[in-house]
Each structure stands twice: as structure tokens, then as C-alpha cells.
Design a protein around this ligand. Sequence first.
Ligand code: THU
Length: 132
Amino acid sequence: MNKNELLKIAREARELSYSPYSHFAVGAALECTDGSIYQGANIENASYPLAMCAERNAVYNAMMDGKTKDDFVALAIVADTERPCSPCGACRQVLSELYPEDAPIYLGNLEGDVKETTIAELLPFAFDGEDL
Ligand code: THU
């Protein structure tokens, strides 16, 4: 699947965002080696810190269907931002453990701007299980 198709699916996932507190809707789409796509959107709560980000929900959604890091091919993230939406620090930490370090991550916005990156680039020198 090309990046624009995956970004479109992330944009569709964004419609499912539950974000009544921030009013900042984010969508994500995770492509796997078998061609399956897992969507995620941010889900908030009146207890604000309990919000779960779109990209983490996409990864967890895939894992709950039996997928693992080795199955992940590409990830797209979209929000209504001026520049392509960049993942938060918590998501970078989670992706550094659960997403392949050199697999593409497409960051997008509603204007169609796209930045292609990797988790290795987004979180260099990450803390990981080897440090424990
Ligand atoms: N959010 C995401 O879903 N992904 C990110 O990487 C950035 C932040 C969500 C969390 C919260 O629901 C809202 O955006 C505002 O921070």
C-alpha cells in the first residue's frame, strides 16, 4: 500500500476519535505484512491523563489480534495540524519497543503535507529493556 492510501485510512480512523476535552482528533493506521490494517484514534477521559493516543491504540489493536513487531510494515498518523503531526514522547517510547526501528512512519495533516520518518530518527538513544 502506498503512503497516501495509508494516510487516508488514518484520516478515516481520526473520525472515531473521542476527544471532547482537547478537541484535538488524531487518527492512525498500521499496515502489516499480511496486508491487514489496524486503525487507532485518540480516546480521552474526564480524568485527563488517562487519554490514550491514536498511534498507541493502533499498535495495541494489532497486538490484540495476534500481530507482533515483526508483522509491522508502515504506520501513518494524521491530525489537523499546521505541520505533519508529530508523535508525543510517550508514543515514541512505546514505538521504540513495539515498532521496527527502520520501518516507515508517515506523519500527515489535513492539508496533505507528509513527512516520512522512522522511530530510530524520532527517538535516538532510547531507553529499552536492555537497560534494566
Ligand atoms: N495525541 C495523540 O493521539 N497522538 C499524539 O502523538 C499526540 C497527542 C492526542 C492525545 C490527546 O487526546 C490529544 O491528542 C491532545 O494531546
